[in-house]
Design a protein around this ligand. Structure first.
Ligand SMILES: [Zn+2]
Length: 435
């Protein structure tokens, strides 16, 4: 039609322009709902959840000998989620799978802590194709990695993260407002005086949330020896408990602390906060994943790492509070924590193995670890360490035989000596009588 091809009269054109402008402003505000004073997500530094996922899928496709990926979907009352699990298992025939240490790492349990998932991606690069961290050669860690099966959950709270990407920068909860680190059953639902429902909503019941259900099943089937729940907001290396102001007692607790203190000393020059989550962080947390991993799944080394926090940032400037916003800090945090994980693997592997060799009692305390510990113990029978022990046993037996022979000959000599003396005495006595 001629009328439609003709330009609109000036007043209509102005109205259309104004409306388009208004629509653009409204859509930008609703898409990003970020006040001007608040730091937005830096798209040059951070992946979107979709691009992070596609980078991970590409990496897994490039390294089928080392990586595999599972996607698990779960739903509850109309709410559903996908959870991606990347498994690193260096296929080497020299190391049997049954003797490997199982490591389970979860990143991004809180939606707003984007930096944690960037560490997850970089750690996967390091496990497969990146040979250096900040110029430091990593070949010395290769032998350690051959002894590990590592499961990485790069974005535990995918729905919550998507809400953050849409502009809810302060939200840490899942896609329907539940804090996934309060939805577990140990001391679930207890509320402190400073309880904030926006932050800490524990859900309608323990494991009401599909994300927590999947993670629970994963922990029960995989039976990790080491668990790390990776968060941001401060810098710390935490062990249980979160729901009380103490650390557990006994050999396994001593082992956890040793590993964290060694990591802190070797890598952080003792600058990290180490201790129980509940004791060191300044508030108690109920229904957390790490407390469940310790109390119920009986993971010997369950930890929570807090990898970054900007204490000077305003509490309303959440992205800045929980994530580095400049390239230098971003790179430094990623490099520092990727290296921390490698050192943790080394310390964990050594301490777990030493504990089994040095103290059988400590292993017995981990009975609910069940199958894995039994398998490892059985595998040890043919390991060089066991052979060394067997060699030592043989040496002791020989020593015992020599000792017995020595004692026998000593007794014989004493007997001969005594009988000679008594003969001499008889002779002497005889002489007297004879003279
Ligand atoms: Zn967190």
């Amino acid at each position: 039609m001629a009328a439609s091809s003709a330009p609109p009269p000036p007043p209509r054109r102005l109205l259309a322009l104004t409306m388009a402008l208004a629509a653009a402003v409204v859509s930008a505000a609703s898409a990003a709902r970020v006040p001007a004073s608040v730091t937005p997500i830096s798209r040059t530094l951070y992946h979107s959840s979709d691009s992070l996922l596609s980078d991970i899928k590409a990496l897994v496709a490039r390294h089928p000998d080392k990586l595999s990926m599972d996607t698990i979907t779960a739903s509850n009352k109309g709410y559903s989620t996908d959870l991606f699990i990347v498994t690193f298992n260096h296929a080497k025939e020299s190391t049997s799978n049954s003797s490997k240490i199982h490591v389970l790492l979860s990143f991004g349990q809180h939606g707003r802590e984007l930096i944690t998932s960037e560490v997850a991606l970089n750690l996967l690069y390091i496990l497969t194709e990146k040979r250096k961290i900040a110029g430091v050669d990593l070949s010395s860690f290769e032998k350690i990695l051959e002894n590990l099966v590592i499961k990485v959950v790069p974005m535990e709270n995918l729905n919550g993260r998507k809400r953050v990407e849409e502009g809810e920068l302060c939200d840490r909860r899942n896609g329907r407002g539940v804090d996934l680190n309060r939805n577990w059953s140990v001391d679930w639902g207890k509320k402190e005086k400073d309880y904030d429902p926006y932050e800490e909503n524990p859900g309608t019941a323990p494991f009401s949330e599909p994300e927590a259900q999947i993670m629970r099943e994963l922990s029960k089937s995989f039976k990790p020896h080491m668990w790390v729940n990776v968060h941001s907001g401060m810098e710390a290396l935490f062990m249980p408990y979160d729901h009380k102001n103490t650390t557990p007692n006994g050999a396994s607790a001593h082992l956890m602390r040793t590993v964290l203190e060694n990591l802190n000393h070797r890598h952080f020059q003792d600058s990290c906060l180490v201790g129980s989550g509940g004791g060191a962080v300044g508030y108690l947390a109920h229904g957390t994943t790490t407390d469940y991993m310790y109390d119920i799944v009986k993971v010997p080394m369950p930890f929570t790492f807090e990898i970054y926090g900007d204490e000077k940032a305003s509490t309303s400037d959440c992205f800045k509070m929980f994530n580095p916003v400049d390239k230098t800090t971003f790179d430094r945090v990623i490099n520092k924590w990727c290296m921390a994980f490698l050192i943790l693997f080394e310390e964990g592997l050594r301490n777990l193995r030493e504990a089994q060799l040095v103290s059988q009692g400590a292993v017995d305390n981990w009975v609910p670890m069940g199958g894995d510990i039994v398998e490892i113990s059985a595998a040890r029978k043919s390991s060089p360490d066991k052979r060394k022990l067997e060699g030592l046993d043989l040496g002791m037996q020989e020593l015992r035989t020599y000792f017995r022979l020595f004692m026998l000959s000593t007794v014989l000599l004493m007997f001969m000596f005594c009988s000679r003396i008594s003969k001499n005495r008889n002779r002497e006595t005889g002489n007297i009588f004879d003279s």
